[in-house]
Design a binder for this molecule. Structure first.
Ligand SMILES: [Zn+2]
Length: 221
């Protein structure tokens, strides 16, 4: 029995060592500026296109990133970001920026009268509104994650620049960025009060959505 136990422990240690080695190998290099990373740029473009395509209402946008502010300094933006995104996360930053760009769009892009256009465009359905207009962080972020997944999926599937042979590498890169974002969230939960109520599981909506989109991405023959 003792020998068996010793063998189990030894095997466990061996597995742990191997795992550790593999984890070390895939440790993602961090992104200092999301604009320089192709994955982050694709997320930005996919989210912005999705916002226009689904004619997302100003009310929903304001509930995700807060109401428009006249101040656009870094401190104000970081405060606004904290409502639904993880600070310094490489996938949350482009998603937040896409929402901001859309919020600041000119009325002409909706065909003239902004208010009228918002009233007549179909926008997102009732089920989406229920989660995206919620003040409860978890509910809002679960809705946002599904929305990001849907939009990034369209972007990845329709990209003509990414060759089939490059898709697996792209999937890995999305996963790396997401891992980086989760790491940021975990340290924010531990270090401060702003993210105390957040969970590493549902907290990074942009990361969760982008990862699911990348996983569902089919490599075409
Ligand atoms: Zn994130």
């Amino acid at each position: 029995m003792r020998i068996l136990l010793a063998l189990v422990v030894a095997f466990g240690l061996l597995v742990a060592t191997v795992d550790y080695g593999q984890e070390k190998k895939v440790e993602p290099e961090s992104v200092a500026d999301w604009r320089k990373d192709p994955v982050c740029r694709a997320v930005y473009a996919g989210v912005l296109e999705g916002l226009y395509r689904d004619a997302v209402s100003d009310k929903i946008v304001a509930n995700i990133i807060g109401k428009k502010t006249s101040r656009k300094d870094k401190k104000t933006m970081r405060e606004r970001m904290k409502r639904s995104f993880v600070l310094d996360c490489p996938l949350c930053e482009p998603t937040f920026e896409a929402f901001l760009t859309y919020q600041n769009r000119k009325a002409e892009s909706l065909g003239g009268d902004r208010e009228l256009a918002q009233k007549t465009l179909p926008g997102l359905g009732a089920q989406w509104k229920k989660t995206l207009l919620s003040d409860a962080t978890r509910q809002r972020l679960e809705g946002l994650s599904l929305l990001v997944e849907r939009w990034v999926r369209v972007k990845l599937d329709s990209s003509s620049e990414i060759k089939p042979a490059e898709i697996q590498a792209w999937k890995n890169r999305v996963h790396q960025r997401s891992t980086e974002g989760k790491g940021k969230l975990i340290s924010l939960i531990q270090d401060g009060n702003d993210y105390k109520q957040w969970s590493a599981y549902w907290g990074c909506a942009a990361c969760n959505g982008s990862t699911l989109a990348a996983e569902a991405w089919k490599i075409k023959p």
